[in-house]
Design a protein around this ligand. Structure first.
Ligand SMILES: [Zn+2]
Ligand SMILES: [Zn+2]
Length: 323
């Protein structure tokens, strides 16, 4: 893992060599900046009004992306990492505008930086999950991997962990919009599947789709997602059903004429929209084979998952829980 990293900032080491290859490719195209105000993210300016922040994961699971999108009056962080470093300050510095935040779903690697805001935007089911947590649950969830547990990757100084601050999640319904000023809006597209509140954000003006964990670039294969099924206490298990997810992915891929690029939560980013078109086919293949009788199985951090492919697409899932 260490070799080849000689000119890579120590605090931004990616979690594996495949991701490093993705990042080196992106760095070759866009360059990568690291700013003093928040040295814990690698900044790739993808477009005039769009930056992708590479956020190393605090544990072994998966490094991810937070996106800064600038509108006429304000900017928005779509997902906001782990709450390490002054991400909000970085966004304000880069855009010179007020910065709000919206999160794709209620997993800690995507909303941890929300402690820098009083209010965040997300799908209504995500808001319900976040708002129903006690302060203790939320704080221990966010700091779970920051306290010397097995698998922690300590790359930060303790004083740079943003203090816990309770924020309120404002829930939006499917197809509601967030305004960045003028006619620049983000449309919420609920997908579920991987988390009850998981949504994409569609920027029709710029023809960008932000997909979170609903469609992302796999390490070595193409685009896909991980479906692990409902956790205990999930209020809307029906939206974690593979049929619901398939229907919503089909709606999104049917709208491919409205976006040229999508930007995902993990792995490679800045992908051509057409790359995700095989995803509904792999989902149907899983269902047609009575949930993947011919799928390969593998061990992901102690969980046995199955994976099915079709063309460029893949879906990993827990065969026990995805019914
Ligand atoms: Zn997730
Ligand atoms: Zn994720």
């Amino acid at each position: 893992m260490q070799k080849g990293l000689h000119n890579w900032p120590k605090q931004l080491e990616p979690c594996d060599d495949v991701l490093l290859k993705h990042l080196e490719k992106l760095r070759g195209v866009y360059g990568m900046q690291v700013y003093d105000i928040d040295p814990y993210v690698g900044v790739f300016q993808l477009r005039e009004n769009l930056w992708a922040m590479f956020v190393p994961c605090t544990h072994v699971m998966a490094d991810n992306w937070a996106y800064l999108l600038e509108g006429p009056e304000k900017a928005v962080f779509i997902d906001n990492g782990f709450g390490i470093g002054d991400l909000r300050g970085l966004g304000e510095m880069l855009t010179g505008k007020p910065v709000i935040t919206a999160v794709t779903h209620e997993h800690g690697d995507h909303y941890g930086g929300s402690v820098q805001w009083d209010e965040i935007y997300c799908h209504e089911y995500c808001a319900e999950a976040l708002n129903s947590m006690s302060d203790e649950e939320m704080e221990s969830g966010l700091h779970n991997f920051m306290e010397g547990k097995e698998g922690t990757r300590k790359y930060w100084q303790d004083e740079d962990v943003m203090p816990f601050h309770r924020f309120r999640a404002i829930g939006l319904k499917d197809h509601e919009t967030i305004s960045l000023g003028g006619d620049h809006e983000l449309e919420v597209l609920h997908v579920g599947g991987h988390a009850q509140g998981l949504c994409c954000f569609l920027d029709k003006k710029n023809r960008y789709l932000f997909t979170g964990d609903s469609i992302y670039e796999g390490r070595e294969c193409g685009v896909g997602t991980v479906l692990t099924g409902a956790r205990p206490g999930t209020k809307h298990p029906e939206v974690l059903d593979i049929r619901y997810f398939t229907k919503k992915v089909e709606e999104i891929t049917a709208r491919v004429g409205e976006y040229d690029w999508y930007f995902c939560g993990h792995g490679y980013t800045d992908s051509k929209a057409e790359r995700a078109l095989d995803l509904p086919k792999v989902l149907h293949r899983i269902m047609d084979n009575s949930l993947g009788a011919d799928a390969e199985t593998f061990n992901l951090h102690g969980h046995i998952l199955a994976r099915q492919h079709y063309g460029d697409a893949w879906v990993s899932y827990n065969p026990e829980k995805i019914k």
